[in-house]
Design a protein around this ligand. Structure first.
Ligand SMILES: Cc1cc2nc3c(=O)[nH]c(=O)nc-3n(C[C@H](O)[C@H](O)[C@H](O)COP(=O)(O)O)c2cc1C
Length: 557
């Protein structure tokens, strides 16, 4: 594109380099972690500062020099340690070291370089050189690196403290990044592959190719013009994580205890209707995934697998039942009785759905359950309760769900069951207070139903800390809505949630690979959370507190 003489700024070099480098190297050099919000923020943040110049000062001579650790440096811009510089050019680290030395500034050599400590030192005997150190579990290796750097004439050690693990750089995982065979790396094992789908967004993308349009629209859409749907995800980006360093993160304990049961990690499966639309494994696929990994599965009232069949598939798994209250209270009480008998351990009463929100896609598609699927909890009952027929799901809900539901019905339900009661769909701190202080519920899920009900409500993560302040320790507070990464989970926990639940993410996993895909999605979220905790200096969930998150100024995704 541009000729060499025309490269006038660093961005031009980036552009030119992007044409020269193989994709694997380019991705390795350019990417940031996860969805790269911080990567963009690193540059954008500078733009938020303006320069206020002073005038009429003599600027004939500009002295850029400074003195660092007793050595004079010609200008205050040095070369940061970056790994594997021979991926960029055969000159590699020696190229950068000589450049720094010729211009009289600092070169910092990475531990994981493609040129040895000694060769770099020899190439710039008089240059100012520092050595960046990673500390290996094997302390002998570490001390040997220090000794060699000292002997070779390096003048400072730069200890990197923000990398007990490497961040999750999606491009590298997708590319199965490895050092080409002609390059060597002392003390460095090649990175391992985790397969192609490396994050929840990848599963969503893959699912979108697999699902028929009617199912995809049903799963993905929010209400009205979907402002809240976008907000559910964007809101997470407005919180930054302030990590703590130099804490022992060798062992990370993700476990928590909910209603007397130990759960391996604080991410459960939210109730979503009709999971067989995603894959024939349906609710059993998601239930088994949750059970295998040791977390909570919540079954929807309007599932395509019955209460009993789900219970049988995970006899020891932690399972809760989500309840909609039907106008016909006998139907409702029968559902509660069946859930209790089948071994469900909590009731999750959804309080945000007297009607279903207006989901335009479903209306356009005249959404219906395909003829081979059933609302499995209502077999044997009248045909209107049994299925979502030609009149569509909103009609089903409006005609059967009880719109007269009020707080007094919470007493009615509490009397009708011995199970802990969780209210799902609370967004106001005042409702949370009433639920806890006046009705003594056992838990609250701060939720906007995946943005499928009232468009214009806030993202759950944005009201979480207000709710937690009001509720204190009087009941468990959970949240769902927009959770797609381990850092999202981290932020929700820091803002006070005991657990988060994921809805669509599990549907995408199911659509891609049935039970196996569902397991993979949960593993991804669990592993991302573990990594986020390690990188933030937290070894247990109680370390994840509000001091570690801060509301950011920019909301760009
Ligand atoms: C396709 C779909 C069906 C849902 N069905 C139910 C349901 O039957 N009962 C319920 O309480 N919530 C239901 N929800 C809401 C979820 O429980 C949860 O609040 C929401 O999915 C969380 O947001 P997320 O999808 O961004 O994770 C549904 C959500 C989706 C996307």
């Amino acid at each position: 594109m541009s000729s060499k003489g025309k490269l006038v700024c660093v961005d031009d070099y980036e552009q030119e380099a992007s044409h020269k480098l193989p994709k694997m190297s380019l991705d390795y050099y350019s990417s940031g972690a996860d969805d790269q919000w911080t990567l963009r923020e690193n540059r954008l943040a500078f733009k938020r500062y303006t320069i206020i110049p002073r005038m009429l000062r003599d600027v004939t001579c500009i002295d850029l020099s400074t003195t660092v650790f007793g050595r004079s440096v010609s200008f205050p811009i040095g070369v940061a340690p970056t790994a594997m510089q021979k991926l960029a050019h055969e000159d590699g680290e020696i190229g950068n070291a000589k450049a720094a030395s010729r211009l009289g500034t600092v070169f910092i050599l990475s531990t994981i370089s493609t040129t040895s400590i000694e060769d770099v030192a020899q190439s710039i005997p008089h240059g100012v050189k520092w050595f960046q150190l990673y500390i290996y579990k094997n302390r002998d290796i570490t001390l040997e690196l220090v000794r060699r750097a000292e002997e070779a004439g390096f003048e400072a050690l730069v200890l990197t403290v923000d990398a007990p693990h490497f961040g999750k750089r999606r491009g590298d995982i997708r590319n199965n990044f490895q050092l080409p065979s002609h390059l060597r790396m002392a003390n460095f094992q090649g990175l391992s592959s985790e397969g192609k789908l490396v994050c929840v967004d990848d599963y969503e993308q893959e699912a979108s190719h697999k699902l028929p349009k009617m199912s995809l629209d049903y799963y993905s859409s929010g209400a009205d013009d979907q402002w809240t749907l976008r907000e559910n995800r964007l809101a997470f980006k407005r919180y930054t994580i302030i990590p703590r360093m130099l804490r022992d993160v060798t062992c990370i304990d993700l476990s928590t205890t909910v209603f007397g049961r130990t759960v391996s990690f604080p991410i459960g499966v939210a109730p979503t209707a009709m999971q067989k639309l995603a894959h024939e494994d349906g609710e059993i696929g998601n239930a088994k995934a949750a059970s295998r990994l040791g977390t909570v599965f919540i079954l929807s009232t309007i599932s395509t697998t019955s209460i009993e069949d789900v219970a049988q598939s995970i006899p020891h798994g932690v399972k809760w039942f989500q309840l909609y209250i039907y106008k016909n209270r006998d139907i409702t009480l029968e559902l509660v009785r069946r859930a209790e008998e089948a071994g469900f351990e909590a009731l999750v009463l959804t309080v945000d759905a007297p009607h279903f929100g207006k989901r335009r896609g479903d209306i356009r598609n005249n959404f219906q359950l395909p003829s081979h699927l059933r609302m499995a909890n209502f077999q044997g009952l009248s045909s209107e309760v049994k299925g979502v027929g030609g009149s569509g799901i909103n009609q089903y809900v409006s005609s059967l769900f009880d719109q007269s539901l009020t707080w007094k019905d919470i007493w009615w339900l509490k009397q009708a069951t011995t199970l802990p009661l969780v209210l799902k769909g609370i967004l106001s701190a005042e409702d949370a207070r009433i639920a806890v202080e006046e009705y003594h519920v056992d838990g609250i899920i701060v939720s906007n139903h995946g943005a499928r009900q009232l468009d214009g409500v806030p993202a759950p993560v944005d009201v979480l800390s207000d709710v937690c302040k009001v509720v204190g320790r009087k009941c468990s507070v959970f949240m769902d809505g927009g959770v797609r990464t381990g850092t999202d989970v981290f932020k929700a926990l820091a803002l006070g949630a005991q657990m988060v639940f994921v809805g669509r993410a599990m549907l995408w996993g199911l659509a891609v690979g049935g039970e196996k895909g569902a397991v993979e999605v949960l593993q991804i979220l669990r592993d991302e959370l573990r990594l986020a905790m390690a990188l933030a200096g937290c070894s247990k969930l109680s370390d994840v507190n509000e001091n570690l998150v801060k509301r950011a100024q920019s909301s760009k995704l």
